[in-house]
Design a protein around this ligand. Sequence first.
Ligand code: EPU
Length: 308
Amino acid sequence: MNATLQSSDLAAELAARVTAATVIRRDEPLAKRTTMRVGGPAHILVEPASDEDLAAVVRFCGEQRQEFFVLGRGSNLLVRDGGFRGVVISLAAAHFSRVTVDGERLRCGAGAKLKEVAAAAKRASLGGLEFLEGIPGSVGGALRMNAGAMGGATFDFVESVRVMDRSGLIGELSRRAIAVEYRSCRLFQTHLALGCVFHGVPAPREAIEAKLNEFNRKRWEAQPAKPSAGCTFKNPATIPAGKLVDELGLKGAHVGGARVSQEHGNFIVNDGRATAADVLRLIEVIRQHARAERGIELETEVEIIGED
Ligand code: EPU
């Protein structure tokens, strides 16, 4: 049986388990759904319309032994050139993307854009969340990797998280019950993030606006505008990865269409021709230099999925 037939059979079986409002696509290109703009297709891409449909998808994957991956805005993601031979779940439907404000709290769906969360917080005169504005991701992605910028990290402002386990069961966990680390949160190895409640700090609108402007300016000064997946490596304890790559003289180094950014050493940019293999080879070149010249083991921050 070839891959196309297999994916159409699977798609038909999956369609029988969910409502018609849930979108199912076969062999869906993923490159256009990532900010790095490389990589192959998803065997199946599904956009559930409701909690029930999402639970049905997750259960279906378990029964069928299909690997699944929850796609956010694809801004911290590298898909290998062979694509993902499983089910990619996108929480872009309206049901998962709402942001509602209640006093000092913002209830946000996993599919909501961080930019929208920052804008809603500003409208409600709630400070602290300004750093989210410049992260080109979704709430779900930010929770999953405890995303951060400008000295702030997602979980600093999270009060509770709504999750689904692999049997489709939904629960709400308070921040205190969740173990969080720099750029990682183990909970999401076993659970899907459905959303969270952020707690903002009341602040004058002008002060929030000033911070947003300052962060925006800092980002444009320090980071490239070309397609990338943001920072490639986690910062080692001893030196920021960007500074290390800079000191190693690797800015401008390239493999095919993938190049170390001149603006920031921890960014790999796609000049338009890059493949995932180019990016992966360049990552290895950098890691080898860091190991050989400084004894530092660089760990990728970017999530890498799929097959060569
Ligand atoms: N630096 C250099 N050369 C470079 C890049 C940086 O010398 O090419 C130096 C800077 O001058 C600075 C230090 O390294 O002294 C740290 O650089 P920066 O302030 O740019 O912060 P970063 O640690 O490299 C972190 C996050 C970014 C986030 C910025 C802004 C990580 C891995 N990265 O970068 O997040 O946008 O702070 O706050 O923690 C991401 O997660 O994808 C990401 C881009």
